[in-house]
Design a protein around this ligand. Structure first.
Ligand SMILES: [Zn+2]
Length: 430
């Protein structure tokens, strides 16, 4: 970052310098970029908006051959992250990080967590951390830098044993996946966690429904912070500040744009579109104008915390997290999250779209404890209030199957994002 007090102007000058360095470096050393960006001279980028002269990079480009993005010999790469795609035909995306880049991520985690915890406190990390340089391991190392003990627990597999560990170790702060934190807060076993014990929670990995944030605040009386972390960004991309009014972007290492998902045209601050990211300090696998598939907007106003770094509004949608219904309206997992997690008995749910006699049919199974009849009735009522569902039901193009209940939660060992399963023949999630 630039020396001295950070103003908007020094930050933008710094980013422009780093952008030119990245374009020059990737153009000279990355087999993928050398042919693609050579027509744009780094020096000709007069200001940050001129980044739009450069072509996009897509997840498909990386899947096709991630090694073509490498700018260093493989032995200089400290860590290789492989992202598996969820489809049956998908190839995996691989990302490469050097030791130095992982240090930048550790710094980002240390700085972000200093808002949540203070020296001497304990954090239970409910993210994968058994491998060196995994997200949980990097976070624990970041916490060590600020005198905080980070205990890597891994994703929740059994609510009771996780609750026992929280109580036994007198944990002050949790970092985890939203639906897993919800299961701890709402399940019967979680009553052993008395209000006031957990002082702060950082939610990450999946989109973060306001209904889950509210449920955690209600159960524990804690402060809930949000983190936007994607592997492509070196795991950490943006985090809430003390004001908890939008994620401050990691602008020392990353440059963000919002573009129209269809046309690719850059959108001004405040308008909603797809998040596009350019790395500014990566020397092993720089990415230029990478399309994340996540939908949000930049908050134009300066934050009350005083920082000049830009903020992202909550990630409300992902391009692969929504389904177009027969009447042309769009059903998003975010809409369903807010409707269903607002029902106090619901710990988790699954949603599937099928075709029944030519009509869309929405099947929802909720995870509850005990008799789920009341929860099923409330869930059906809440679903009918989702705008696209209401329109589909009244127009006759959508049917809502009776809401099913189950007791088994759907915890995974990884960090897969939840989706609406689309089993309609001839339809695909867009
Ligand atoms: Zn702030």
């Amino acid at each position: 970052m630039p020396e001295g007090p950070l103003t908007l102007q020094t930050l933008q000058n710094y980013q422009l310098g780093k952008l030119r360095d990245t374009v020059r470096y990737a153009g000279a050393r990355s087999p993928f970029y050398s042919g693609r960006i050579s027509s744009v001279a780094a020096e000709s980028l007069a200001d940050l908006p001129q980044i739009s002269r450069l072509p996009f990079t897509t997840a498909e480009d990386i899947r096709a051959d991630s090694r073509r993005f490498l700018t260093l010999p493989p032995h200089d790469v400290a860590r290789i992250v492989t992202l598996q795609t969820s489809g049956t035909t998908g190839r995996s995306k691989r990302f490469f990080f050097t030791k130095e880049e992982l240090e930048h991520t550790i710094d980002f985690f240390a700085s972000g967590m200093s808002t949540l915890v203070k020296t001497g406190q304990k954090v239970l990390i409910l993210l994968p951390g058994d491998k060196p340089d995994s997200v949980g391991d990097l976070l624990a190392r970041g916490l060590e830098r600020i005198g905080v003990e980070g205990i890597v627990h891994g994703p929740v597999q059994d609510v009771r044993s996780t609750v026992e560990e929280i109580v036994r170790r007198r944990i002050d702060c949790l970092v985890g996946i939203p639906t897993q934190a919800l299961a701890l807060a709402r399940g019967k076993a979680g009553r052993a966690i008395l209000p006031g014990m957990i002082q702060s929670v950082l939610l990450s990995t999946d989109s973060i429904p306001a209904a889950i944030v509210n449920a955690l605040v209600h159960a524990w009386g804690c402060r809930v912070f949000k983190h936007y972390g994607i592997t492509e960004a070196g795991l950490g991309a943006a985090v809430d500040c003390i004001a908890r009014d939008g994620y401050h972007l990691r602008e020392a290492d990353l440059l963000f744009e919002i573009v129209d998902p269809q046309s690719g045209t850059p959108l001004p601050d405040g308008e909603t579109g797809e998040i596009v990211m350019t790395t500014l300090t990566r020397i092993g696998m720089p990415l230029i104008r990478y399309r994340t598939g996540d939908i949000s907007r930049i908050i134009a106003e300066t934050c009350s915390c005083g920082s000049v770094t830009k903020r992202l509004a909550a990630i409300r949608e992902r391009l692969d997290g929504r389904a177009v219904l027969a009447d042309g309206s769009t059903l998003t997992i975010s809409d369903m999250d807010e409707a269903l997690f607002g029902v106090e008995e619901i710990l988790n749910y699954k949603a599937t779209l099928t075709i029944d006699k030519g009509l869309d049919r929405l099947e929802v199974t909720i995870c509850v404890e005990g008799d789920g009849r009341t929860a099923a009735r409330k869930a059906a009522e809440s679903l009918m209030a989702v705008p696209s569902v209401a329109v589909g039901l009244s127009g006759g193009s959508l049917r809502l199957a009776p809401v099913l209940t189950g007791h088994q939660n759907w915890f995974t060992s990884g960090v897969a994002k939840r989706k609406i399963t689309d089993d309609r023949v001839g339809h695909s999630i867009k």
